[in-house]
Write a protein that binds this ligand. Sequence first.
Ligand code: T3D
Length: 254
Amino acid sequence: MTIISQQQEGVLTLTLNRPEALNAVTTEMLVELGNALEQAQDPAVRVVVLTGSGRAFSVGQDLKEVQGRNVSFQAHLSHYNRVIKLLQQLEKPVLAAVNGAAAGAGFSLTLACDLRLASEKAFFTPAFSRIGLVPDSGMSYFLPRIIGWTKAYDLMTFSPRISGEEAFEMGLVDRIFPAEGFEKDIRLFATELAQGPTLSFGLTKQLLRRSASSSLEDMLDYEAEMQEIAGRSQDHAEGLQAFLEKRAPRFSGQ
Ligand code: T3D
């Protein structure tokens, strides 16, 4: 099994599990990850965490697997693209818990998640240009949207090693945690998020996705459409009631 799935209190944790190879990505891993993400559509799952076992998050494509390849790059990338689309399409928060190195497509995987939570030991490197490739698995889409066009071009061209701290400063990482107790901190963060109004979180994600390629006019209409759904949810009724009763809300994600 190259992916370990664990579900607890509404949080599904998917762990890339080839620690002996720094979680280098194989076709088998991509197929298993894609299947696990399809399972994550279950409404009982309210938050998904993607992390790596051992000292790395993932060093990207296993370069030993593709040595002397006999399949086209385009065919191979379809496995990656399925995973990236599934991460984006999940209507619930998806957190990358970056425990160590995130290189190449490993870095891209973190970008397709909604938030990047990094350990102090995490580092990022695009890596593609160092082996004469172009960014893939969505990096050329997400990175400029997260840190800006020029900075993204700079990183993708020179492929430096970016520490968790630097990544935090440039807005690439959203939270940074001490390496010791990282798993526990992530569990607490994710569990708290899973108790929130996760339906609204999912709709917010849809809004952001659409805003990447829409006019203000379109977005105003789409916001109204999404608000129609959120406004009729149990979570909105509960949020309103809790506010009026001056108590903490108990959201169900419905
Ligand atoms: O169809 C297609 O193929 C296109 C798809 C492309 C997707 C991609 O992801 S392309 C980019 C692939 N990834 C890389 O190029 C990253 C290569 N690795 C590195 O640059 C460095 O290893 C890191 C910066 C990530 C980590 O450095 P460090 O100093 O912590 O570790 P290390 O000593 O370099 O590596 C430790 C071992 O892992 C080493 O093996 P050894 O010498 O102990 O037997 C190294 O070869 C191995 N390793 C690291 N990355 C990969 C890898 N083995 C296979 N594939 C890797 N990607």
